[in-house]
Design a protein around this ligand. Structure first.
Ligand SMILES: C[S@@+](CC[C@H](N)C(=O)[O-])C[C@H]1O[C@@H](n2cnc3c(N)ncnc32)[C@H](O)[C@@H]1O
Length: 202
C-alpha cells in the first residue's frame, strides 16, 4: 500500500526504490535502521520524510541536521530535484553510509554530505530540516544559527509538536522567531504528521 503511494509521490520511483533497498540491506547491516523497520520503510520513513515537501520554496538550500541514514534529506532530495541539500551527520559510520548512498544514487551534484555537529557548523541555509534529533529547545539552540534571516526550521515532531513548542517559549522569544504546528502528508492517501515550522517574525 505505502509503496503504491510512493509511486504516486516520486517522479523518480527508481531512485527512491534503490534508496529503500540500501536502507533495507546496508542500513540494517550497519545498525543504522532497526531490523523491525524493514517492513515499514515506506510509510514510517520515506513518506514521513517527504510529508513537509510543499512547505519548501523552489530552489531552496536545505540542511538536514542529524541525517542518520539520510532521513529526511535523501527522500527530500529525490522528491525535489530543485533543492540543494546538505546532509549533516557527526558520527563516522553514518557519515560513511551517507557518502556511499549519495554516490550510488547519483545525487552528488546537488547533495553534499558533511561530518559535523550542528553547533560546530557555520553554513547558512534557507531551510533546516530535522527528524528525531533532539527536543525542540535544544534543536533551536543548535539550528537557528544555521538559518538565513528569512529562513525556516522544519522539525518533524509528530504528536509532541505542540508541547515542544510550549517548552521552547524562552528560546523562541530571545531569537525573535515564531513557531507553529503544521499538519502535513506526502499524499492525500498517506498518514498525516505534524511539523514544527519556525520562522522569523514578519
Ligand atoms: C535518532 S537519529 C535520527 C536520524 C534521522 N534523522 C532519522 O530520522 O532517522 C539522531 C541523529 O542525530 C545525530 N546527532 C546527534 N547530535 C547531533 C548534533 N549535535 N548535531 C548533528 N547531528 C546530531 C546522531 O548522530 C544521529 O544520527
Amino acid at each position: 500500500m505505502s509503496e503504491a503511494i510512493g509511486r504516486k509521490v516520486f517522479d523518480d520511483f527508481e531512485a527512491i526504490s534503490q534508496y529503500v533497498d540500501i536502507l533495507r540491506d546496508r542500513g540494517i547491516a550497519w545498525g543504522l535502521i532497526g531490523p523491525r523497520e524493514a517492513d515499514r520503510l515506506w510509510d514510517r520513513h520515506v513518506l514521513n520524510s517527504v510529508a513537509m515537501t510543499d512547505l519548501i520554496a523552489a530552489g531552496s538550500t536545505v540542511i538536514d541536521v542529524g541525517s542518520g541514514a539520510g532521513l529526511p534529506g535523501i527522500p527530500l532530495a529525490i522528491r525535489r530535484p530543485d533543492l540543494q541539500v546538505t546532509l549533516l551527520e557527526p558520527l563516522l559510520r553514518r557519515y560513511n553510509f551517507l557518502v556511499g548512498a549519495v554516490d550510488e544514487l547519483g545525487l552528488g551534484d546537488r547533495v553534499t554530505v558533511t561530518r559535523a555537529r550542528a553547533e560546530d557548523h557555520d553554513g547558512r541555509y534557507d531551510v533546516v530540516t530535522a527528524r528525531a534529533v533532539a527536543p525542540l529547545p535544544r534543536l533551536l539552540t543548535w539550528c537557528l544559527p544555521l538559518l538565513r534571516p528569512d529562513g525556516e526550521l522544519l522539525a518533524l515532531k509528530g504528536s509532541t509538536a505542540e508541547s515542544e513548542i510550549d517548552q521552547s517559549a524562552t528560546v523562541l522569544a530571545k531569537s525573535r522567531r515564531t513557531a507553529e504546528v503544521v499538519v502535513v502528508r506526502a499524499h492525500p492517501e498517506a498518514e498525516p504528521t505534524q511539523v514544527v515550522r519556525v520562522r522569523g517574525k514578519h
